[in-house]
Design a protein around this ligand. Structure first.
Ligand code: DQA
Length: 147
């Protein structure tokens, strides 16, 4: 059951995630971002999702600030995860339940993917559950709202 009517959850997808579906399906799965948005809508019909993607880091900073009054924020920063301190600082300034989501298991891949500069600024990290990581992260932020 969907526990949170009227909740707003921002789902922010970063660099290169607009090519999901075509990009390395063995690693990231075959779903597009639109498919993931539909999956969330089906799983949580009463939630207002603000679903976004950008390849521009400054635009992502703006998206993070826009989530300041939301009930939750999910972010898959893509490769920015590993070096974008500006995203860390923007996330740190937003006091809502926040989850970093990765489709792939970043810990089982190249060594440079094992480090996230964003993780210290979020509440939780999900990696390797493909699209279900977005579902699990949504469930988590909604539970925080219920208290
Ligand atoms: C990713 C993992 C990152 O290392 C990579 O650069 C991405 C996608 C993931 O969802 O698994 O673009 O964030």
């Amino acid at each position: 059951m969907d526990p949170s009517p009227n909740a707003t959850v921002h789902v922010l997808n970063g660099v290169n995630l607009g090519t999901l579906g075509k990009r390395r399906p063995a690693v990231y799965g075959t779903l597009t971002l639109d498919d993931i948005e539909s999956l969330l809508g089906g799983e949580f019909p009463a939630v207002n999702f603000q679903f976004r993607q950008t390849d521009h880091e400054g635009e992502m900073v703006g998206f993070i600030r826009e989530a300041a009054n939301a009930d939750g924020l999910l972010i898959n920063p893509g490769a920015w995860t590993h070096y974008a301190y500006a995203l860390h600082d923007a996330l740190e300034a937003v006091a809502v339940p926040k989850v970093e989501v990765h489709l792939s298991n970043v810990h089982a891949r190249e060594s440079w993917r094992r480090h996230s500069v964003v993780s210290p600024a979020v509440d939780a990290v999900v990696a390797g559950m493909r699209e279900w990581g977005y579902v699990a992260a949504t469930r988590y932020v909604l539970e925080q709202r219920r208290g």
